[in-house]
Design a protein around this ligand. Structure first.
Ligand code: NZQ
Ligand code: ZN
Length: 393
């Protein structure tokens, strides 16, 4: 019997106007100066940053600002943030934006709290010993970074996108107002829904015996996201749908939907990280572009998971045998992705990698896991990963 850890230290304040509490919450932390970190403009345009600044001013909290985080956040801005935070004596990071902003704040937090090059933590050269405390005001339901232990950063010279996973970076608070996500373009909303689904699906396709509570929780989350993604496609301003998806986004990646398992199979995420490292695509769309090809390639190895997924999540009718039932479930999920405007091929994603680029991405996937095989459902070699990319063309 193994031992499992569930660690979710993030205080969640959820609902309309949650962000207005930011000043008093940070004041209660007793910190000296805050780095207010944000993205490319949406939070300014929507008026959110003005409200956050007013809340900080009202509570007498000192802060400096650093905007400009882009999707697939860049290491160069992380370095700039570390320099600024050190020069200004920053001891708290406030991330206002999407997963990219929160991840960039986490990386800055590692960089300030540890000596040496922060990139070492993303290439597994060494582990961080500390991180500055982080507060998050997410504006998109997607990455789940507001409760997760991950930060994903792109080193732009080599096109290397790498994650650092460590409990030190879990935010101390997350202020979640579903209304903040209503300004998202439909494509970004759909990318987010896809990512939320994938965080639980990657955990669900594991090699463990079935777990009634964890599996039931995962299946309920997936059905909820399937249902409310369609509501948002048709009625983007539906508050309940925004709220259901936002809460699902946090729970999908805080560990609860995989508790008591081996953690699952993250091959699709790894393959996507190489795609967005090379082609700078949106994360959620990159996931849906390869997932079906991965699933078809591996499902025979783990019908014990693919069949319940087909029957209880995708709610398809059983076919003549388990393999064909599994295929029905995969096809139903791909049809769903297309119905919300997500691609299910690389062409649909808008990229056409050459054979040499596919080999390079496959090799980088394996390097990223220390030169071993990728995933647990069917441990994948470089040749397997390349075959999946080829099948996804
Ligand atoms: O920069 P702005 O102007 O805010 O525009 C952003 C960006 O263009 C826009 N946006 C965000 N909120 C908005 C909005 N536009 C209008 N209204 C709003 N309310 O949306 C675009 C995408 O933002 P981004 O932060 O990149 O999205 P997401 O939350 O999907 O984050 C993606 C990044 O997270 C990583 C991904 O790899 C990717 O780099 N991930 C992080 C994880 C984690 N930390 O736990 C896990 C995930 O698996 C994922 O890998
Ligand atoms: Zn993801």
């Amino acid at each position: 019997m193994s031992v499992y850890i569930y660690f979710t230290p993030t205080k969640v304040i959820f609902g309309r106007g949650a962000e207005d509490q930011v000043g008093s919450l940070i004041q209660a932390q007793g910190c000296k100066k805050v780095l207010l970190h944000y993205g490319g403009g949406s939070a300014r345009r929507s008026g959110l940053l003005d409200r956050v600044e007013a809340s900080l001013d009202g509570a007498g909290v000192a802060y400096v600002s650093l905007g400009g985080v882009v999707p697939n956040p860049r290491l160069s801005l992380v370095y700039e943030g570390i320099r600024l935070a050190r020069a200004e004596g920053v001891d708290f990071l406030l991330a206002v934006g999407g997963g990219s902003v929160i991840d960039s704040a986490k990386a800055i937090g590692y960089g300030v709290a540890n000596e040496g090059d922060v990139w070492d933590f993303f290439t597994n050269v060494r582990k961080p010993a500390a991180c500055l405390p982080i507060g998050a005001i997410p504006t998109i339901a997607a990455a789940g970074s507001e409760m997760s232990w991950s930060s994903v950063i792109t080193e732009e010279k080599e096109g290397l996108k790498r994650a650092c996973n460590n409990d030190l970076s879990r935010p101390v608070f997350a202020l979640m107002n579903p209304e903040l996500t209503m300004t998202l373009p439909p494509y970004q909303t759909a990318c987010g829904c896809a990512d939320v689904l994938m965080h639980t699906m990657e955990r669900y396709f594991n090699r463990e015996a079935a777990l009634e509570l964890t599996d039931g929780f995962a299946e309920a989350l997936l059905r909820t996201v399937l249902r409310y993604s369609l509501v948002l496609r048709d009625r983007p301003e539906d508050y309940q749908a925004r709220a259901e998806i936002m809460w699902a986004g946090s729970l999908s990646h805080n560990g609860i939907t995989g508790f008591g398992t081996d953690g699952g199979d993250w091959s699709t995420h790894k393959m996507e990280h190489e795609l967005s490292g090379m082609f700078d695509v949106a994360h959620g769309a990159g996931l849906t572009a390869v997932w079906g090809s991965w699933a078809r390639y591996v499902c025979r190895e783990r019908l014990e998971r693919f069949v319940p997924f087909a029957l209880r999540v995708m709610e398809v009718a059983p076919a003549e045998d388990d393999y064909h039932t599994a295929l029905r479930g995969i096809e139903a999920m791909e049809a769903f992705f297309r119905s919300i405007g997500m691609p299910t091929t690389l062409t649909g994603l808008g990229v056409s990698p050459t054979d040499a680029q596919i080999t390079e991405m496959a090799e980088k996937c394996i390097q990223a896991v220390g030169g071993k095989t990728l995933g647990v459902v069917k441990p994948l070699t470089v040749q397997d990963v390349a075959a999946i990319y080829q099948a996804a063309k």
